[in-house]
Ligand binder design. Sequence first.
Ligand SMILES: Cc1cc2nc3c(=O)[nH]c(=O)nc-3n(C[C@H](O)[C@H](O)[C@H](O)COP(=O)(O)OP(=O)(O)OC[C@H]3O[C@@H](n4cnc5c(N)ncnc54)[C@H](O)[C@@H]3O)c2cc1C
Length: 410
Amino acid sequence: MRPLIIGGGPAGTAAAITLAERGVPARLIDRRGVAAPIDKACGGLLTPRAVHLLGSLGLEVASLGRPIDFVDLVARGRRQRIKWPTSTDAGETTGIVVSRGRLDSALLDRASELGVEVELGREAIEPIVERGFVRGVRTSNGEQESTEPAELLLVADGANSTFGRELGTSRRQDWPSVSALRVTLPYTALDRFGVEFHLDLERGPGDGLPGFGWVFPVDDHTVNIGVQVASTARDATAVNLHLLLERLLERVAGSWGITVDPAEAAERAEGARTPVGDSIVPVAGPNFLVAGDAAGHANPLTGTGIEAALRLGIEAGEVLAAASRTAPDALQAYVPRVRAIHADHHKTGRQIVRLTGRPLGARLLAALATTPWGAPTVMRFALAEFRSSGGVAETLHSAARLLGRVAPEA
Ligand SMILES: Cc1cc2nc3c(=O)[nH]c(=O)nc-3n(C[C@H](O)[C@H](O)[C@H](O)COP(=O)(O)OP(=O)(O)OC[C@H]3O[C@@H](n4cnc5c(N)ncnc54)[C@H](O)[C@@H]3O)c2cc1C
């Protein structure tokens, strides 16, 4: 049984590489054209664990992007500088910044190199389902439609997941999602390679929001600047992300040497809403799996989804490889494996994002994150970069995990 993978982002390519490494030839299709540059609206900030996962997939990470020297947590005139926290899994690896186009191309090249049949410029239109089982997928290359056989299928078509919806996936409407907007701009303050997180986004004076702004250099010429707000904010749909980005730009332009007009730059920013914290169900069917943003796997506290897409793509690849040798029943292992990886952290994350949806919660978090002991704890906790040797973040996480198991969802 040859698995078909829909989507060539981090989730789909990680699954394809994993299958190929296990001797299972897969076919991967992506609607992005061969000629069109692959450049998803994304920060391209990789956590140490994402860097570690890319290495395990055989990518030359050192040549992909630049390591991050430091992280500044900023709120209300206070600034706390820390090193990017690392976890036991990631060893001493630090976070890096990559261009998304470069990352996706490197992953697709690695998949092709291992024998995966990759076809760009082909869109999956709808599944052909018989008695609950996917039998094939109707696809188009823009000129001609055709039907692909699909005895085993992975849906990794990203945050909007129109194909996933065709198969019956849906978002739990009362669970959090995050909306983000980013723009890349020229800058001149070249003496640092760190990340600034601004934790004091406000709609108006004292009206703190559950989100943050970021600024970091992508390379020697370009800086990536963006904002993100969770759906747990009061009247979240009325939050004007463009205006928040414009204000952030006004605040940081001087120190980063950005000379572009903030209003004009914010106007051309691009973004999307990302489902987070396992908010999509179901993520497995009789002969299909869903991974990455299509499955709502991104971190609810940070909105970062590349690590989760890689990690769950690898899990999906392993489970699909087992199913291709035995029977589709083997796919039932996927959901428990996903839960074991991040269900506790995601549940705690969803609760925290609800708390910070209240202005006081947002202010308390910003105040905590800019103290000398709070900054590393908050970052470790948010990114689940834990060390087996223990620490404040690990202790808090264990307590939250126990509470989370008995606490109701909302
Ligand atoms: C503004 C913004 C900034 C972000 N910054 C960061 C960050 O700094 N770090 C981080 O870790 N995460 C970040 N994220 C989240 C991150 O981009 C996603 O979580 C990640 O890309 C998910 O990977 P994926 O493979 O699931 O989906 P995607 O990367 O979206 O890949 C899906 C692929 O499927 C293809 N596709 C879609 N529909 C079809 C179809 N019908 N047929 C064929 N192909 C199809 C698409 O062309 C695409 O290539 C950000 C998100 C936003 C919106």
